[in-house]
Ligand binder design. Sequence first.
Ligand code: PMP
Length: 395
Amino acid sequence: MTVIYADNNATTAIDPQVTEAMLPYLQDQYFNPSSMYEVARPVANAIEKARESVAHVLGGIEANQILFTSGATESNNAAIFGTAKANRSRNHIITTAVEHPAVLEVCREMERDGYEVTFLSVDRSGRLNMQEFVQALQPDTLMVTIMHGNNETGVIFPVDELARITKETDPAIIFHTDATQSVGKIPLDLTGAFRYVDMLSLSGHKLHGPKGVGALYVKRGTQWRPFIIGGHQENGRRGGTYNVASIVGLGSACDLAREHRDDEKRIAALRDRLEAGILDRVPQVEVNGQDAPRLPNTLNVACHYVEGEGILYQLSALGICASSGSACTSGSLDPSHVLKTMELPFTAIHGSIRFSLSRYTTDAEVDAIIDAFPKVIANLRKMSPYWDTKTNQPR
Ligand code: PMP
């Protein structure tokens, strides 16, 4: 069975050029880059080259502000815990209710530790209320941590604007953004519109790089203390022997993301065609985040009167890989916290499906999804007590 992979917000296929760039460091270039001898020098140089590549994809910032981590989860933990450690006198954090768990759960942990956390809500289209944000800024605010592109809906928050407002209100407040889903998909310029951002998280496996590697940008001068403490790697800012091959892979993935920047338009056109095809052929569906700016590759559709897991199961039988909004956690089918915050009606909250495309997605694959999806939904609705198959409408 041919696989149609439309779950690129979960992870991406590694680019063959990335694998090729990594291979020497899994073979004869095994030296520890921190070693003094001559043969280790090229390995240390490869890490610095990768750092330049990450800096470049973020708008050409100075590379020594990039730390390599084990992924965006670590980057987010380091950003929040490290900021709190360095600024003990402030006690308030602003985030949103729709962050990835790697921010949301860290903020909940901060709450348990006695911090006050404001979880900003979003409207029906996933947008923040700017006035609510401005009102949330307090003299006691330690940091703001707000994601750029949402992993579930693709909704983009105006992080450039939020960071500017934050720093103009109080330059001592530290602004962090989890840009894991945006880096490599759309340009983010930390020397331009995003210059007010103090810290930014990204991850290799979301941009056709390897898993288990990421980066944290910490702007020079930011009041921040290390989170992973150990050896003197990364100038004492992140201990642990360098994951050389993966770091090289991340650098290569960043270079390729810049080379493929123009693919954004083609991917957006494919997504728009998929969206129109589904809206045309399936009654009672809506696009989650329709009225908000969204990542070019992401389509999250809410299908009323069906259940997401059923859709996924049937799509999977046809070789189509997508993702549902609900996560089956500890035996209970909890709807997604993102869609709950967006207040989707109960008839749709369990029936949301995310398709996320990439530069490898083809026209034929989109055609195949447009063909299969209406049949899957019709099949499932046949079984729904809420659905009248005669009128093809809810009862
Ligand atoms: N933040 C966001 C927005 C994500 O989508 C993800 C991955 N799903 C993460 C953080 C965690 O990234 P990693 O897998 O590199 O830890």
